[in-house]
Design a protein around this ligand. Sequence first.
Ligand SMILES: Cc1cc2nc3c(=O)[nH]c(=O)nc-3n(C[C@H](O)[C@H](O)[C@H](O)COP(=O)(O)O)c2cc1C
Length: 426
Amino acid sequence: MRLSDVAAIDAERFRRVMGNYPTGVAIVTTMTADNPIGMVVGSFTSVSLDPPLVAFLPDKSSSTYRRMGTPQRFVVNVLSSEHEALCRQFASKAVTDKWSGVPWRPSRSGAPILEAAVAWVECSLHTVYDGGDHDIVLGRVVSLDTGSPAMPLLFFQGGYGRFSPLSLMAPAEGDLLKHVRIANIVRPTMERLAADLGVECVAQCVVNDELASIANASPPGRVLAPSRVGARLPFVPPYGSLYVAWADPAAIDRWVGKVTRSHGISRERLMESLERVRQRGWSLGLVADVHPEVDEALAELARGDDNRDTQRRLISLMQEVGDLFEPEDLDTTTSHHVRSLGAPVFGPDGAVELALKLYDFPDALTYQQVMTYQARLVEAARDASDLVAGALGKAAVLSTPKVVMEPSRKEQSHHGRHERGHASPG
Ligand SMILES: Cc1cc2nc3c(=O)[nH]c(=O)nc-3n(C[C@H](O)[C@H](O)[C@H](O)COP(=O)(O)O)c2cc1C
């Protein structure tokens, strides 16, 4: 690269490209006279073990940094994904009292340790290096500890997110073959179901943090174009409830944590929907106004137009489906527009290996029709679980859940709207 190329790099491009590197988010705190002061940084890094050194890179023009002076003692507080609002409060130029309602305690040197921190590192100033328009502040670690056991807050491409370990959330690519084998075992069950009910039956599993449709069976004589096989959906609430309803609390927490309140779905609503799936033993999605747009985005992804904008658009559309996913008990007197019904296929260890999903229902179904479809589906999924347990040579540990759906005349509540905020690093 020539020097002139380097000079031509503008700030917007620099930020956009650098935004592809995700960072954690920390608040560097210190005391000035009697007041605590804190600055949000994404540039915190561990530097050396011997001696124990860490660094952060403050913007020389930041008024907060200037007010900190050159802090002789400071604490780096690593934020949890639960504390996006706290981060916004500290990063905002508009908020005057940043410490309002923020619980903290003094470290040995007096610099604030935030109760919200997942980890904190207390430092004495080691060296300040020049780093262009930023300083490179090296701190010598004098004490450190972990705090609340939560996932850290992440910052990526101008937005906040959280970490979900692939090893727990999604099987490695190799496990796709295991799921394809399982789908093959249950194929006769799927074909019978599709023929008897006259709807499409799809086997879906979780691969690499996506919901992947890996096999389908359609009613005899019906050609489905395009096929749902190969379609991938982000494994993001409200989608994928069947895979987490019977999972351990940590997996549930990670799934729920993928959407924050800023997406219009509250944690409570998601926990309720999971409880409904567990109680019913099956999953229900009703048709939403946004489904044509959802299908368009899915088709784009299936064609390989695999860009992040489409994925982001899809995720925000999915949030708009809201309460139409795992709705409360259906009205027994009106007709229902069903998008999908799903039931879990358990492996021998009691984990959900596959979901059997039904699609392409007639336009309006009576309550009784919905109940008939779901009863047949749950029965087929139970047979499939037995087949899988038998084929894998072990007895099924978990009995399939009982089917409960009390009819009621309750109205469906309205779904929340999606909104998203952005902040950009300094
Ligand atoms: C996620 C995130 C990461 C940030 N990282 C840094 C950083 O590493 N260095 C820095 O100087 N400012 C960083 N900022 C910006 C500052 O926290 C703060 O918003 C900015 O300095 C405000 O300007 P002021 O100090 O002049 O009020 C970051 C902001 C956010 C939201």
